[in-house]
Write a protein that binds this ligand. Structure first.
Ligand SMILES: Cc1ncc(COP(=O)(O)O)c(C=O)c1O
Length: 395
């Protein structure tokens, strides 16, 4: 029997995460001794704050090492609701909260719990890679909404309205956006919410980068009156508290949706790691100073990266308003015909100049690359020098 022929069809409806593929390729080169500058990784270069790490050490010492409730401990759910209330003025209770194994898990569980085969899910483009695959896995139909690069890839209610149909079940919004860094202004976000609630469509707001906004105050659409009925918050501690490896995320949603997600979670991962939950509790309840500190550093890096990219003739970029990614248009490099698209470009850039970036293709646009500036200024300088030389070599 051929093992490949036996793989279930639903697995062939999804692809390998391109960001993880870039990380693996860069890692392989590094292990061969190559000096790679890594702009691929979508994770903070800062360590997890000391108080959070200490909470995990204390949890181990106190033998908090057994199963917990599959949906997370009551005290962590309480703390997540309280933090969301303090930060954004929402009013969730623990019965509307599920603790998950990272934010990705919250999104996966939500989509599996909500989407029937043939249901349409609206996904603005460029999109974070995972949305498309989890919708495909559920048998749903992705309906992509193209945003305007000249308008900084901003999603608008009018754009979404044009793509709604009687089959639309869910709209996914990610602001600030991975990969573009676009932030939807509060008024526009309100219009999106009003549109989806009027049309009885669920709105998932992926708040993974919600604390990293440069030009405005963070807000959550879930704070609007009536929002808790149709809005689902997918949250993550990964980026906000530099906790990517701990795998703690959450969902805030109406209880029937939370219960459906919990049912699935109870048969798959069961509880998120007990020790990591204690660390998450400290992140929610402890000092919050590390968040503005990281934000200030990301802003400094963003300004540097954007200026350096604009200094490369033919490269264009709208200044990202949030998250920690730059998404420049590098199609000027295709003119000579030696590289034809963002995948060729990224592959050659890694092979010849040893800089890892993610091709725009992974996010649904072909003229761009994603540069993560969650790395030191020294690395940014080195990598951008190499990128500039690489583009010059293609002219
Ligand atoms: C837009 C977006 N949402 C959600 C996540 C999920 O993060 P995690 O599963 O680490 O919480 C990521 C991670 O890169 C992301 O970029």
């Amino acid at each position: 029997m051929q093992a490949t022929a036996e793989i279930a069809e639903r697995i062939s409806s999804i692809s390998v995460s391109s960001t993880m593929k870039v990380a693996a390729d860069a890692d392989r080169l590094r292990r061969e001794g190559v000096d790679v500058v890594d702009f691929g990784a979508g994770e903070p270069d800062f360590p997890t704050p000391g108080n959070i790490k200490q909470a995990a050490v204390d949890a181990i010492k106190a033998n908090f090492t057994k199963y917990t409730n599959a949906g997370g401990t009551p005290e962590l759910k309480e703390a997540i609701c309280e933090r969301h209330r303090q930060d954004f003025g929402t009013n969730y209770s623990p019965s509307e909260c599920l603790v998950t194994v990272g934010g990705k898990h919250a999104i996966f569980n939500l989509v599996q719990a909500l989407i029937n085969p043939g249901d349409e899910v609206i996904i603005p483009l460029p999109y974070w890679v995972t949305y498309k695959d989890v919708v495909n896995y559920a048998g749903g139909k992705c309906v992509f909404v193209e945003t305007d690069e000249k308008n900084g890839f901003e999603v608008t209610a009018a754009l979404i309205e044009r793509h709604l149909s009687p089959r639309t079940k869910l709209v996914i919004i990610n602001s600030p956006s991975n990969p573009s860094g676009a932030v939807i202004p509060k008024d526009e976000f309100r219009k999106i919410f009003e549109l989806t609630s009027r049309r009885d469509v669920f709105l998932m707001t992926d708040e993974c980068y919600c604390h990293f906004v440069y030009e405005d105050h963070p807000f959550s659409i879930a704070a609007l009156p009536g929002a808790t009925e149709t809005v689902v918050v997918a949250g993550s501690l990964s980026k906000t508290y530099a906790m990517t490896g701990w795998r703690i995320g959450f969902a805030l949603a109406p209880p029937p949706i939370i219960n459906a997600m919990l049912k699935l979670q109870s048969h798959s991962t069961s509880n998120p790691t007990s020790i990591a939950q204690k660390a998450g509790l400290e992140a929610m309840r402890g000092p919050q100073d590390s968040v503005p500190e990281m934000l200030a550093e990301y802003r400094r890096r963003r300004d540097f990266v954007v200026q350096r990219l604009l200094d490369i003739p033919g490269v264009s970029i709208t200044k990202p308003k949030g998250a920690f990614y730059a998404y420049p248009n590098i199609s000027v490099a295709f003119k000579s015909g030696r590289v034809k698209n963002s995948l060729d470009f990224s592959t050659e850039l890694l092979a010849k100049s040893h800089v890892a970036v993610v091709p725009g293709e992974a996010f649904g646009t072909n003229d761009h690359i994603r540069i993560s500036y969650a790395t030191s200024m020294g690395e940014l300088e080195r990598g951008l020098d190499r990128l500039q030389r690489f583009i010059d070599s293609l002219r």
